[in-house]
Ligand binder design. Structure first.
Ligand SMILES: [Zn+2]
Length: 195
């Protein structure tokens, strides 16, 4: 599978279709060495290239056939808005915040011949992606892994990572990077108070 936005941060993708949610969040770069916003206005080509790869991976990961998402220039601000709403929702989750409704999207729930139920995204462009991302969030919530998708606590970073720690206690996208920087800051602060 190929998750370009998440992989450029050297992060492991979330399992299954949930990686699509992480992928959208990581289109806003957290890495100062690679600051490109993959959904920036005026860069429709880069956004489409990202969408092609991400949606192909999502289709492969979830056992779907060929899915093609076509983006227009009008989709880009909508996708950035969706990304921001997701980020705020996950941060509220992390802080134990109250229930705030950020966004909504229609999906189709289908009953298949073999008795299985599927949730299919609806619409086109940004609406389709919102539908796919919220459906994956719902499925992840049902299986208990939604709370493992997190935003790095370093406000200047905000990379989306999947917490694989046993007790789901991770708060940094990288313990050696953002975690270490916070640790050093706290040490300096303690020393300052003591001296
Ligand atoms: Zn970080």
């Amino acid at each position: 599978m190929n998750w370009p936005a998440t992989e450029r941060l050297s992060l492991a993708p979330a399992p299954g279709g949930l990686a699509l949610v992480q992928e959208l969040l990581n289109t806003a770069s957290a890495d100062p060495a690679d600051p490109a916003d993959l959904l920036a206005d005026g860069a429709l080509g880069a956004a489409q290239e990202w969408a092609d790869r991400a949606v192909r991976s999502w289709a492969g990961e979830t056992g779907r056939g060929d899915v093609r998402l076509v983006l227009t220039a009008e989709d880009l601000p909508k996708l950035r808005c969706l990304r921001e709403q997701l980020r705020r929702a996950l941060a509220a989750c992390d802080e134990g915040g109250g229930a705030v409704r950020f966004t909504s999207a229609p999906v189709v729930v289908a009953l298949c011949g073999d008795g299985a139920l599927t949730v299919e995204p609806e619409g086109a462009g940004a609406r389709w992606l919102a539908s796919a991302v919220l459906a994956e969030g719902l499925l992840a919530q049902a299986t208990g892994v939604w709370r493992r998708l997190k935003i790095c606590r370093n406000a200047g970073c905000a990379a989306a990572f999947y917490d694989r720690s046993r007790n789901n206690s991770g708060v940094w996208h990288s313990v050696r990077g953002c975690g270490n920087a916070a640790h050093l800051r706290a040490c300096r602060e303690r020393r300052r108070v003591r001296d």
